[in-house]
Design a protein around this ligand. Sequence first.
Ligand SMILES: Nc1ncnc2c1ncn2[C@@H]1O[C@H](COP(=O)(O)OP(=O)(O)OP(=O)(O)O)[C@@H](O)[C@H]1O
Ligand SMILES: [Mg+2]
Length: 264
Amino acid sequence: MRIWAIANQKGGVGKTTTTVSMGGILAQAGKRVLLIDLDPHGSLSSYLGIDPETVERSMYPLFQQIASGDEVQPQAMIHTTEFDGLGVIPASTAMATLEKQYGAKNGMGLVLKRVLSSLYDVYDNVLIDCPPMLGLLMVNALAACKRVIIPVQTEHLAIKGMERMLRTMQMIQQSLNADIAYTIVPTMYDQRTVACRQSLQRLQNDHRSKMTRVVIPIDTRLRDASHQGKPINYLRGDSQGLQAYQRFVSLLSGRRQNDAREVA
Ligand SMILES: Nc1ncnc2c1ncn2[C@@H]1O[C@H](COP(=O)(O)OP(=O)(O)OP(=O)(O)O)[C@@H](O)[C@H]1O
Ligand SMILES: [Mg+2]
């Protein structure tokens, strides 16, 4: 089972879009895929037609079950989707209260890791969509995953935000006592604008060894896909956004797990 967390403390950089697109592409290729929505805003859940305000089967009860020492029942929280092989554990807006309830409680950073260990044989790929902030939920994602995928909008402020994310990871890495492998993927790239070209250049200069070779272009089809509630590969027709995500998935899938050296 390959577990990837899609994370960046900067908002609106394409985390949810990346999660859904990669999940759809993997599922269509015959993989058994589980998407996990860890963002209390529930954008991923809403994308797939699940209302985070009213949903009952979600990540939230799993945190409560573990906090109260009950047996966890992850299978019961999984929703199937209309896309073969693609399951999701949604977020509930109640998850916004988890920090306050359990932020200081021992062991609560490892809830997701425990949950996923019981699903090890059931899925080939797990993709975790993270909230755009550091906290208990992000810590859970970083502790559970084998690799962090960091989408970065090719824009000056977004690069600053990403560098903050890298510092956060270093901090958490120390407390977990484990290296966190990561891959940076530039998103929303518009080659016509100087600012985008300069930002991409800067990313390549400063972070080359951690960057994928793929650049996700700005593509309105990705917005269309979210309006239609489908991963982009289930829309009719080809697009640059789809091709870029397909290449990214195949590069990441082709590499050895836990290999922090190679660039995908
Ligand atoms: N490559 C792209 N081209 C065009 N639009 C995109 C692209 N990637 C994402 N978007 C759009 O940009 C918006 C923000 O994307 P998304 O929700 O994936 O970001 P996010 O990082 O998950 O945001 P948040 O931090 O709020 O969770 C969405 O409307 C999405 O459809
Ligand atoms: Mg999001």
